[in-house]
Design a protein around this ligand. Structure first.
Ligand SMILES: [Zn+2]
Length: 465
């Protein structure tokens, strides 16, 4: 028997990924992420782990995003001494993301902005020293090697195509009676044809598949209509001398947008007078990590580099470092400002929204998933006014969602990926999706692939043969 339990990204919650697997002698997590978005979900971060971190052998880490890594510092603080298995790019990006999260968390606590169950919290949940302790637990491996681990367990990392270094894990684990079972954890899957990174690997066979469903019920607009829409926004910006604000996730989305803008500038398809500002020191640091790991780029990106193009730098682009420089952007015109955070929950983008949301000539361009309960989601959902730093700000700017830039597979991509397993899976577990999305994917899997599916609730446990 093998126990599989879902400690996050289950029950219709999209964040807090944390899957637990236990055969009696070997205990592992796949990811250990933070809950984000609605208050009732964020409160879950303060609850003690419902397992003993000291007894875990390993954390298999699919990628660096905070909703997959954010509680690693707490895990180590609570006695975890096993290995964290990931790619080298995931390790470096995790360090960047955890340091940033620690800074934001400590600032929020210092300013009395963290409340749990109505109580103001005065002590941070974790600190920089815990992040350093996390980094000492990393062991990095390459894609594609089948690794003999301990206690009869083997694993192999496959390309997930979601962000740089992202992985789907194949795990072979013996049951308590000694039969070897293969599990595949999709992690977050990317779109095929995404820029810079490679497409997701297809996996042919598994006993149990744990698959994400962030966009399990939706289709993205295709890439070419995304690019056309982006070009027409840039035309408006040039004609109206207005501003487009792009709330930007520092990792992956920022680099993908830079890559796309670089192509447009090089091919001279946009007004050469437009100024571009990457107003995110963290996105700049993430870009440096991308440049360090060219070995993970796809062929198109490598071709450009071989031709001598610097894929993340072009005429008219400025990296904005200090807060003071950022504030000066309030006066720019005929400009594109890319700033974090991607869901407008913090960071410099909030000031830009205060400045630019009230003018109907301006644009706000969303390029990634907006979790329920975030400022970004309220704007996308059509709020006429929003509260930012205590101010009421009218939403008059034009709001766009460019789905083609999403780092997530859509329903078609997920079905295509699942189809490769044929009839081999005994069970499919659908995680990491809100109710609409996970239910929509569930119906398609059962009807078209004739596979047995489960929609785990938070903290639900399954006993598998
Ligand atoms: Zn992710």
């Amino acid at each position: 028997m093998i126990r599989l339990k879902f400690f996050g990204a289950a029950g219709g919650i999209v964040t807090g990924s944390c899957h637990y697997i236990d055969n009696g002698s070997f205990r592992a997590l796949v990811d250990c992420g933070i809950f984000q978005g609605e208050r009732k979900n964020e409160d879950l971060n303060w609850e003690p782990f419902k397992f003993d971190p000291r007894k875990l052998d390993v954390v298999f880490l699919t990628h660096a995003h905070l909703d997959h890594t954010g509680r690693l510092p707490l895990l180590v603080k609570n006695g975890f001494r096993g290995q964290i298995i990931a790619t080298d790019a995931t390790r470096d990006l995790t360090y960047l993301i955890l340091q940033d999260a620690t800074k934001l968390h400590k600032e929020a606590v210092e300013h009395g902005r963290v409340r749990v169950g109505g109580r103001v919290i005065d002590t941070p949940l974790w600190d920089y020293s815990d992040v350093e302790a996390v980094m000492r637990r990393f062991r990095v491996y390459e894609y594609g090697e089948r690794i003999q681990f301990k206690k009869g367990v083997e694993f192999r990392m496959r390309e997930a195509g979601h962000i740089l270094g992202s992985v789907s894990f194949e795990l072979w684990i013996p049951t308590s009676s000694g039969r070897l079972r293969k599990f595949v954890f999709s992690g977050d899957l990317g779109q095929t044809g995404a820029r810079i990174i490679r497409d997701p690997d297809f996996i042919r066979e598994a006993d149990y598949v744990i698959v994400e469903s962030t966009y399990g019920g939706r289709y993205h607009k295709d890439k070419s209509s995304t690019i056309l829409e982006f070009l027409s926004i840039l035309d408006d910006v040039a004609r109206d001398r207005s501003v487009a604000v792009i709330p930007t996730f520092a990792v992956e989305r920022a680099q993908e947008i830079l890559y796309e803008l670089n192509l447009m500038v090089e091919k001279q398809v946009i007004d050469p007078g437009i100024r571009f500002y990457l107003d995110s020191p963290m996105a700049r640091k993430a870009t440096l990590i991308f440049e360090k790991y060219r070995k993970y780029y796809d062929e198109d990106a490598m071709d450009l580099i071989r031709e001598g193009d610097d894929i993340f730098r072009f005429k008219g682009l400025e990296f904005v470092e200090t807060g003071r420089e950022s504030k000066r952007l309030a006066n720019v015109r005929k400009a594109v400002i890319m700033a974090g955070s991607g869901m407008c929950t913090g960071g410099r983008v909030k000031h830009h929204l205060i400045n630019f949301l009230p003018d109907p000539k301006n644009h706000v361009v969303f390029v990634g998933y907006q979790v329920k309960g975030t400022l970004g989601r309220r704007i996308v959902d059509g709020a006429k006014k929003v509260r930012i730093y205590g101010k009421t700000v009218p939403v008059r700017a034009q709001i766009h969602t460019l789905g083609g830039f999403s780092a997530h597979a859509d329903q078609g991509d997920l079905m295509y990926w699942l189809r490769n397993f044929g009839h081999s899976p005994r069970e499919v577990f659908i995680v990491h999706g809100d109710n609409d999305n996970r239910l929509a994917l569930d119906i398609r899997i059962r009807n078209e692939l004739q596979l047995s599916t489960n929609l785990p609730e938070l903290f639900e446990e399954y006993e598998l043969d």
